[in-house]
Structure formats: structure tokens, C-alpha cells
Ligand binder design. Structure first.
Ligand code: DUC
Ligand code: ZN
Ligand code: ZN
Length: 467
């Protein structure tokens, strides 16, 4: 009856932890019971936690570039990194470049993703919301299971102006998509960057000077106000500071469907690290801030204002980042493998959050918000058997080799974490044990998403304009 029985672990989910056996059949969880007799394959999990496989809803993997190349992390290498760190599903990005459509790239990207081992869904980036794209191509994508549109309020050449952003919001509302937003003010960053370069200030540390919290707070406020105008649910990506989180808290207090995501870099890395000789390796956007800001971000997590922790995994080898002026350094750091260990160690082991809260942040909430729940993100009968056996006592010094990604650096090199994945199961198949990834290439499955309630518009607009 059961292909696999996991015996005697403490099974943790978003609604509490229970000591029970987990029976897996046909790749799904079949039984949770005090004792499950028999089983083809029995695994002793005494002393271990059994966690839902991580769902990383913000990863840049094998992302096509305008020059025809793509990012260094392939779906195969990303799958290794993810399984090494206890993540089993990802949502990654398909870019649109100005002047181009979106449909042709979808098919190509889907084929690339199928070469990996992770279960996967996609966000569609919109950088050029023309009539043809928004009226003809995006509806085709939605029919093919893409249910989130990502927009940038900064970055050349991706950023949208207000009119374009409103167009995306309106289309998403009509089609039943979530909109996810990178919130920083483009003009403000350009202005500061130019002043710094004019003064000969080109080192990596000026990355943070060019984009202080205020540019994030302003764009977050604007993103929310325009989403409120259109009555469109949004998720604010990678919130780095209290100022921006407060904008989200105010929106939530008014009953708006606005969610906030943060990432391990905004709980662990500081702007000071960008002043080191290898400072370029810490460059991501928004910029890492201060230890005081980390404490405030933890408080925003504790309150539930920030309810998803994803990696924003975007890996570059050192050669692509070091020795360039700060305004040209590609933004992004690898974090797929480090996400769960860092959050468990700094969160659960240090008593900042409960085990249930951890499960919500890394698996249940991202699965719900992305329309993947209850297939993903929970240990419950009928759900996919995506499971992590976790040793809460094991201390590990993070190193690039342990991350198993494609690049030669991790910003967390040398950090000691308490709590480490012992084994990862994806749909009931063991894909990692003792840091060795055994998954077979090409076994990752596409996760098409259909309409889901969580992102249904409220039906409330200022003065009933769209009602
Ligand atoms: N910031 C982004 O917005 N995207 C990729 C990586 C990063 O640092
Ligand atoms: Zn971003
Ligand atoms: Zn990103």
C-alpha cells in the first residue's frame, strides 16, 4: 500500500507539529497516523523533523538575456542547489524584452525547465505592455497556466512607467493573475548614481548609497496606491526595510490584498559587506542594509506583514561581478540552497519564530499565494510527498561547495547555521541524502496554475469606478 513510510519523526506543518508516521503512495502523502505498519521502504526519522519541501516563489534560473544567452544557473544546477537545501518547487521568471512578445519565449523556457529535476511554475515579466501582448499573448499564457505577472519599477530596460503599470494591473485583474512588483524609484536611483559617478565614487559600496530605503518606500507606496485604484492584488517582492514594510502594513490594515515578501539577504547581509575587497559579491537590489534593519524586518515577519521568505536566487560567478564600477555590476546573489538553513537557524534555532511559522514562510504561504496549495507546501493526505528530513541540532559552516549551485561564490561563506537537511524527497522519491543529490535529470514537472480564490480582486474600488 505504501511505497515509503517515514517513522517516528516530528511532522511539522503550518498548523502545528505532531509526532506521527507518514505513509507515501504513488508520489503523494497517503496516510498520517500514530503508527503505520509495513511499507516497502521504511525510514527511521527519530530525532528528526519532517518538514514540507520548500517552495521558493522567486528564483532567477536559466533566465534568457537580451543578447541571446542566459543566466549561469541552469535548471539542472538549480535543482541540485534546491534539493541540497530542502527546496522542492520553484517559481522562476520568463522575461519579456522591449519590442518583443511573450508567447514564443514561453515554449522555449518551458522546454528548458523540463531538463531539470525541480517542480516548477513561472512568472511572466512584462516590460512592454503593448495591445498585442496584453490582449492576445498574455491570455494565451494564462490558459497555459501562468498566473503571475512580474513588473519592475526600476532597472533599464525593464522598468515600467505608471501608465504601463496600470495597464498590467488592469489586465491581471481581468484575467485572474497576481501581479508581483520590484519596488524602487528608477529616476531617483539614476539621479544618485550619476552624482556618485561624477564624483568618482565607483566602488561596490556605492551601490547602497545609490538606492537608499526611501527609494524603496516611495515605489512601494506608489505600487500599492495604483493597485488599490485598479483593485488588483499584488505581492511586493524582496522588502528590505521597515519603511517599505510599513507601507504594506498600512495597506493590509485597510483590507487591501497586498502581500510582502522578504529574503535571507535582508535578514543577514549588510551594506558594510559591500565595502570589502570582495564587496561586489554582496550586490543585490534592493541593497542589503544594517543589523538594526534586520531586527526590524524580523519584527515585520513576526507580525505577519511579511509572510513569505524566498531567495531571489540570481547567481553570477565572481568574474562577472568583481572589478566593475558599481552601476554596471549585475544585481543578484545565489540563495536557493541557503534559504531554509538560514531561516531555520536565525529564526527557529534562535527563538525568533516558531517551527509552524517557519513552515508557513518557506512553504505554505508561497504555495498558497502562487496557487500551488494544497498540492505543494503542506504535509497532508493527497498532497505531493515533497518532504525534508531535518536535523534541528546539526551545526554546519556554510561553504560554496555545500550550496551545489553553478557559481563560485556564496555571500554566506563561513556562516555557521544550526539545523540542516538530512534528506529531501520530491513526490516520494529521495532526491538528496547527506548532501548528495541523486535526482534524475528531466524529472521536474511543470505546475500549471488555474484560477484561485486568494488573488480574486476584492470588488472594491475607490468610488466604485470598476465595480
Ligand atoms: N534583484 C532583482 O530585482 N532581481 C534579481 C536579483 C536582484 O538582486
Ligand atoms: Zn526584483
Ligand atoms: Zn528577483
Amino acid at each position: 500500500m505504501h511505497d515509503l513510510v517515514i517513522r517516528g519523526g516530528l511532522v511539522a506543518t503550518a498548523f502545528g507539529a505532531v509526532r506521527c508516521d507518514v505513509g507515501v503512495a504513488g508520489g503523494r502523502i497517503a496516510t498520517l497516523a500514530e503508527h503505520i505498519p509495513g511499507g516497502e521502504n521504511v525510514l527511521d526519522a527519530k530525532g528528526l523533523l519532517v518538514l514540507p519541501g520548500g517552495v521558493d516563489s522567486h528564483c532567477h534560473i536559466e533566465e534568457p538575456r537580451p543578447d541571446g544567452g542566459c543566466s549561469e544557473e541552469s535548471f539542472v544546477s538549480a535543482s541540485r542547489a534546491a534539493f541540497a537545501g530542502g527546496t522542492t518547487s520553484v517559481v522562476s521568471f520568463i522575461p519579456q524584452w522591449k519590442g518583443q512578445g511573450v508567447w514564443e519565449r514561453f515554449e522555449d523556457y518551458r522546454a528548458r525547465a523540463a531538463t531539470g529535476m525541480l517542480d516548477h511554475a513561472f512568472h511572466q515579466i512584462i516590460s512592454d505592455p503593448t495591445d498585442a501582448v496584453m490582449e492576445q499573448e498574455v491570455p494565451r499564457l494564462v490558459a497555459a497556466g501562468v498566473r503571475s505577472l512580474k513588473v519592475f519599477l526600476t532597472y533599464e530596460p525593464l522598468h515600467l512607467n505608471d501608465a504601463q503599470y496600470i495597464r498590467v494591473l488592469e489586465t491581471a485583474r481581468r484575467l485572474g493573475c497576481l501581479v508581483t512588483v520590484h519596488c524602487e524609484n528608477y529616476a531617483a536611483i539614476q539621479w544618485r548614481t550619476q552624482r556618485l559617478l561624477d564624483a568618482g565614487k565607483i566602488g561596490p559600496k556605492y551601490h547602497a548609497w545609490a538606492r537608499p530605503s526611501i527609494v524603496e518606500r516611495e515605489a512601494t507606496h506608489r505600487a500599492i496606491a495604483l493597485a488599490e485604484l485598479v483593485d488588483q492584488p499584488i505581492q511586493i517582492f524582496h522588502v528590505s526595510c521597515e519603511e517599505a514594510a510599513e507601507e504594506i502594513a498600512r495597506a493590509q490594515h485597510r483590507g487591501l490584498k497586498v502581500w510582502g515578501e522578504t529574503c535571507p539577504q535582508y535578514l543577514n547581509l549588510t551594506a558594510g559587506q559591500m565595502a570589502r575587497p570582495d564587496g561586489a559579491l554582496f550586490i543585490c537590489s534592493p541593497a542589503p542594509r544594517t543589523a538594526e534593519e534586520h531586527a526590524r524586518n524580523w519584527e515585520m515577519i513576526r507580525r505577519g506583514t511579511l509572510d513569505v521568505v524566498s531567495s531571489d536566487h540570481c547567481a553570477f560567478s565572481a568574474a562577472a561581478k568583481v572589478g566593475i564600477d558599481f552601476s554596471e555590476i549585475p544585481n543578484g546573489i545565489p540563495g536557493l540552497a541557503a534559504r531554509l538553513p538560514l531561516l531555520f537557524s536565525e529564526g527557529v534555532s534562535k527563538g525568533r519564530i516558531t517551527l509552524e511559522h517557519f513552515c508557513r514562510l518557506v512553504a505554505t504561504n508561497p504555495a498558497k499565494l502562487m496557487g500551488l496549495y494544497p498540492k505543494k507546501g503542506v504535509i497532508a493526505p493527497g498532497s505531493d510527498a515533497d518532504l525534508v528530513l531535518w536535523d534541528p541540532t546539526r551545526e554546519v559552516r556554510l561553504s560554496n561547495a555545500l550550496m551545489q549551485h553553478a557559481v563560485d561564490n556564496t555571500p554566506y561563506e563561513g556562516m555557521v547555521v544550526k539545523g540542516w537537511p538530512v534528506a529531501t524527497y520530491r513526490r516520494g522519491v529521495q532526491v538528496m541524502r547527506d548532501d548528495v543529490v541523486t535526482a534524475e535529470e528531466g524529472t521536474g514537472q511543470y505546475l500549471p496554475r488555474s484560477a484561485y480564490d486568494m488573488i480574486r480582486p476584492r470588488g472594491v474600488t475607490p468610488d466604485g469606478f470598476l465595480a
